[in-house]
Ligand binder design. Structure first.
Ligand SMILES: Cc1cc2nc3c(=O)[nH]c(=O)nc-3n(C[C@H](O)[C@H](O)[C@H](O)COP(=O)(O)OP(=O)(O)OC[C@H]3O[C@@H](n4cnc5c(N)ncnc54)[C@H](O)[C@@H]3O)c2cc1C
Length: 417
């Protein structure tokens, strides 16, 4: 059924009894043209674009839990393309363009809200770095604007822009076309659209190994039996290292915990996304009124998918330095996801040394905004056995060849990216 105002009215009059299941849950077939491991946004988007853009519909997405239960449903939903290096800028900008059309394309409201993303600057050197990034963005045709302190104050009146602030705000770099989206709706929307095109979405199906003959994966071992595949794509975010190891590959990736927090619901007070420049806190307000905040990594590798108090405190301190008026607000809950941090902070979307085995991972802090673009180019890479122009730099080999994409200039230390 197509979702529209007419179907909504029809179902409202019929007591909402006629809505079909959003996506089918078939038993796995014996064999597929393509198996995608991981039912997060990236895996589901890849399956959708395989079917839609390349006509490859004999596809299964295997998810060990429930779709969107990984990082896709755990992030702070910030969407932007404010990157400096060409490879990142072009890729994320394409993704942002897809975001603007996504609800219509999927016939599913992903609640994309281009409310702007402001990076606050607190020192002159930071301001210069933002000028540089903003100029690079504009040269790449991406919107970027410098806001003076007064303009920041007008846009976000509750920010402490005074000279009394611990780190006074000098201004901010804004990307107005950036914003937020409803994260699990993205997984559900892609799942429904992919399922409508014939893709099998198989939940509670953990991949436990790969059958390999010569240099090819011939089948995927799962908790629901062995499934043959001509090609296998892996999009498992924080589990990239574990799943690749099942195929005998060691990745230039470390797994780290990243946390997020929400406050009790408040009246509308913040209609944009603000990131603190002098610590690690980014903040927006959800449609329910909760303040959504993210902080830093734990700074040591871990697979513990749960929050902890020291990082919460650290992020809250940053939040309060920006918005002292929040000091009485109660925090409601916090959670964590596992980040697959690469050595240069940029993703890997590439064919691996195995002939028919492809990897989509290394998203570090920022893979949610990449979801449509990532699915688009990963599907292309699998379908054509060659990268799309937008992901040709995101290879595994770049670390061997010294062609790293170190956006921050942080060096080969995964947790610094
Ligand atoms: C707290 C937090 C805040 C974040 N904030 C932002 C943000 O504001 N903006 C942004 O752009 N990004 C953000 N991110 C990053 C973003 O969420 C991720 O990069 C992105 O969602 C990754 O999507 P994915 O589909 O690759 O992974 P996931 O959604 O994690 O999907 C991978 C799936 O693979 C499954 N899987 C793993 N192993 C197996 C197996 N063996 N067999 C079968 N299935 C398996 C998992 O269960 C999971 O569902 C944040 C992440 C976190 C945790």
């Amino acid at each position: 059924m197509r979702y529209s105002i007419f179907s909504l009215v029809r179902e409202a009059l019929a007591d909402h009894r006629g809505w079909p299941q959003a996506w089918a849950s078939p038993e796995p077939k014996k064999t597929y043209d393509v198996i995608i491991v991981g039912g997060g946004g990236h895996g589901l988007a890849s399956a959708y674009y395989l079917a839609k853009n390349h006509g490859i519909r004999n596809v299964a997405v295997l998810e060990k839990g429930w779709i969107g239960g990984g990082n896709t449903g755990r992030n702070t939903t910030i969407v932007r393309s404010n990157y400096m290096l060409d490879a990142n800028a072009h890729f994320y900008e394409w993704s942002l363009k897809l975001w603007h059309e996504l609800s219509a394309d999927l016939n599913y409201n992903v609640m994309f809200s281009p409310r702007g993303v402001i990076n606050l600057a607190h020192t002159e050197s930071q301001r210069d770095a933002y000028f540089r990034r903003g100029n690079a963005m504009r040269l790449n045709g991406i919107d970027a604007e410098w806001l003076t302190r007064e303009e920041v104050r007008r846009m976000v009146p509750l920010l402490d822009v005074s000279d009394r602030a611990r780190f006074p705000i000098l201004g901010g770099l804004i990307q107005r076309r950036g914003g937020t989206a409803r994260h699990d709706a993205v997984a559900w929307g892609y799942a429904r659209a992919a399922s409508n095109l014939g893709v099998d979405i198989i939940q509670n199906c953990e991949v436990t190994g790969f059958a390999i003959k010569g240099n090819r994966v011939t089948a995927v071992e799962t908790s629901r039996g062995t499934i043959e595949a001509a090609k296998v794509g892996v999009a498992v975010a924080g589990n990239s290292g574990r799943v690749a190891a099942m195929a005998g590959l060691t990745l230039p990736i470390e797994s780290h915990v990243l946390q997020a927090f929400v406050s009790e619901p408040l009246k509308p007070m913040l209609d944009t996304v603000v990131t603190y420049g002098q610590g690690h806190c980014y903040i927006s307000q959800s449609d329910k009124g909760e303040l959504v905040m993210g902080g830093d990594l734990d700074f040591y590798p871990s697979y513990a998918q749960k929050g902890n108090l020291p990082i919460l405190e650290d992020a809250i301190v940053g939040g309060l330095q920006m918005f002292p008026m929040l000091s009485r607000v109660r925090m409601l809950r916090h959670w964590a996801g596992i980040m697959d941090m690469t050595l240069d902070g940029s993703p890997i979307i590439a064919k691996t040394p195995l002939d028919n085995f492809y990897l989509n991972g290394g998203w570090c802090y920022g893979g949610f905004k990449a979801t449509p673009g990532s699915g688009w180019v990963f599907a292309h890479t699998i379908a054509h056995d060659a990268p799309h122009a937008l992901n040709r730099d995101f290879t595994l080999e770049r670390f061997d060849e010294g062609r790293v994409l170190d956006e921050k200039g942080a060096g080969p230390v995964p947790q610094w990216h």
